[in-house]
Design a protein around this ligand. Structure first.
Ligand SMILES: [Zn+2]
Ligand SMILES: [Zn+2]
Length: 342
């Protein structure tokens, strides 16, 4: 079988690997779709991000779906041919955080396609994948591309859960890549009343508008676009910060009303913040990282038609053209989610 292996920045190769057999409680999956994520792009563009650097070749990919083609011993929950969304989250289930139910904080996490630990955790961009039954969620009725969107959608559902009460709230989203756009859908589903989206690309802002943002603001064209929202100590109850860019967060803090909440999803490295404003307006600064049980919720909401991710799936490339797909995914003026068809 073929897999997609990153060796160094801009060195992405299609390589031949042996097919693995499913063990007890596992299924073998013929991969159908794989979404290119921001972290995959960081490995492709820079060989890593922040302190995380590639030290050995690694199969990329963690947003995947496929069809069950072989059942391991003891597997009764799935049938051959079924489409499943595969969660890349593989916590150990025995460390202290797993015991507390904080699976995304697992001390021994084996999240697909991650160079955080060494040896690196190999990813899921491969023609045939063996996964634990507990990672698989039946995705009947969805396209394989939609099923592969469960992972980034789960990221935003986790952030929405952490943000707490959403009903009737005013929400600001900074950074309208796939995570920002999915945050709009998640916040709306949770009952947000007013949603304003900020970016520096008109293409992504058009998409934000199309999927339901009330207002979109280009802060490159108009750096003071948020000024009117910053009067009288601010407007927004909740911020989804999805850009990881310091100017975006600093500008948004001025537009948050007293006791507002900052959900930081963007991973842009360390930055300095206006702590006086955070203190005086009694803002809550919260991080949000990955997900666990929200993965199944993401599949369920899509299957029920309660969240529609289809507009965000802008491009698909076949495996031999994967490098073209990565190059296009880099272009924020042309693509939102680029997927690879295996
Ligand atoms: Zn992802
Ligand atoms: Zn654990």
């Amino acid at each position: 079988m073929k897999s997609l292996v990153i060796h160094a920045a801009k060195d992405l190769r299609i390589e031949e690997h042996l097919v693995e057999e499913p063990g007890v409680g596992q299924v073998q999956i013929k991969l159908a779709s794989g979404g290119i994520c921001g972290s995959d792009l960081h490995y492709y563009n820079h060989g890593g991000f922040g302190t995380v650097k590639l030290k050995q070749p690694m199969i990329l990919g963690h947003e995947v779906s496929g069809h069950v083609v072989k059942l391991g011993a003891g597997v009764e929950d799935f049938k051959l041919g079924q489409l499943v969304a595969v969660s890349p989250s593989r916590p150990c289930r025995t460390c202290k955080y797993c015991q507390e139910g904080l699976h995304n904080q697992c001390l021994n996490m084996r999240f697909y396609g991650s160079a955080m630990p060494y040896p690196h955790i190999q990813g899921a961009f491969r023609e045939v994948l063996v996964a634990d039954v507990s990672q698989c969620v039946l995705a009947d009725g969805l396209s394989s591309g939609e099923a592969a969107m469960a992972e980034p959608l789960a990221v935003t559902l986790h952030a929405t859960r952490r943000a707490g009460d959403m009903l009737g709230k005013s929400v600001l989203v900074t950074g309208c890549g796939p995570i920002g756009l999915l945050s709009i859908l998640a916040a709306r589903r949770a009952g947000a009343d007013r949603v304003v989206a900020v970016d520096i690309s008109d293409f992504t802002l058009q998409m934000a508008k199309r999927i339901g943002a009330d207002e979109v603001l280009n802060t490159k064209a108009n750096p003071d676009a948020l000024a009117s929202f910053s009067k009288d100590k601010g407007t927004f109850d909740i911020l989804y910060e999805c850009s990881g860019a310091q100017p975006a967060l600093v500008g948004a803090i001025a537009a948050l009303r007293p006791r507002g909440k900052i959900m930081q999803l963007g991973l842009g490295g360390d930055m300095s913040l206006p702590m006086m404003a955070i203190t005086a307006k009694e803002l809550s600064l919260m991080g949000s990282f990955r997900f666990h049980e929200e993965f199944a919720t993401a599949v369920s909401l899509m299957r029920k038609g309660l969240i529609d991710v289809k507009p965000l799936m802008t491009h698909s490339f076949s495996l031999p053209d994967a490098v073209k797909g990565f190059e296009l995914a880099n272009d924020r003026s042309a693509a939102i989610k680029v997927q690879i068809a295996f």
